[in-house]
Design a protein around this ligand. Structure first.
Ligand SMILES: CC(C)(COP(=O)(O)OP(=O)(O)OC[C@H]1O[C@@H](n2cnc3c(N)ncnc32)[C@H](O)[C@@H]1OP(=O)(O)O)[C@@H](O)C(=O)NCCC(=O)NCCS
Length: 191
């Protein structure tokens, strides 16, 4: 525990957070594909995950990050060696649940060092700079227990469970909606 806290303190200074641009599409796509292969197997079809999902993700991120980037905010974390995490928020997504946090991924070897917490914080800050205070939500797969523990630790409330999909490439799986009544609850002091 002490080591983990020391690691967090060390990384707080090293990792920088900024809004993503179209130049980040390739790095984000590679990290997104790697994270899906590690964490979404069993929900997403093997035939899809074993295919060229980097190209698939690159097409998505090239389109998302092309200016003007309206009604959305993407933040990247950079540890000096490149993009090591990202979060993507879609504003005004649902009249009841608010903005959608559509993607949140941290490079596998850097998980558990506070980067996900700070990406959430920057995502909420980016939203609150462009919209009045309001709610934010996300979906997490039932099999992704680690992410659920993370959202529990970040104060999220599980408000709904339902069958999700069809996912890219096909397939369905149970998922849970996590909700924060005010995005400012995710903002942490040191970001
Ligand atoms: C989920 C994820 C984004 C969290 O980011 P992270 O940088 O690893 O998490 P942090 O280090 O900021 O936060 C860890 C916090 O969650 C808590 N936590 C509890 N169980 C955890 C677990 N199994 N894994 C990670 N964090 C956990 C920790 O106790 C800690 O809380 P604290 O700050 O109050 O001590 C990251 O692990 C990840 O990219 N996972 C793979 C992709 C994924 O599942 N994305 C979410 C899709 S919905």
């Amino acid at each position: 525990m002490a080591d983990s806290r020391n690691d967090q303190r060390r990384l707080v200074g090293v990792v920088k957070y900024r809004e993503a641009t179209e130049q980040d599409a390739g790095d984000i796509a590679a990290l997104h594909a790697d994270s899906w292969r590690r964490h979404y197997r069993g929900a997403y079809l093997d035939s899809y995950l074993d295919g060229d999902i980097v190209a698939d993700r690159l097409e998505l991120w090239t389109s998302r990050l092309a200016p003007p980037r309206l009604d959305q905010y993407t933040v990247v974390a950079n540890d000096g060696g490149g993009v090591c995490g990202f979060a993507h928020t879609v504003f005004d997504h649902d009249p009841k649940w608010g903005a959608l946090l559509d993607n949140l991924h941290v490079r596998s070897d850097l998980k558990g060092h506070g980067i996900g917490t700070r990406l959430l914080s920057h995502a909420a800050h980016g939203l609150l700079q462009q919209r009045p205070p309001g709610p934010i939500y996300l979906w997490v797969l039932d099999q992704n227990k680690a992410a659920q523990s993370f959202y529990d630790a970040r104060g999220g409330t599980r408000v709904e469970s339902t069958l999700r999909g069809p996912f890219p490439g096909g397939g369905t799986a149970m998922g849970h909606r996590y909700f924060w009544p005010d995005a400012s609850l995710l903002v942490v002091r040191d970001t």
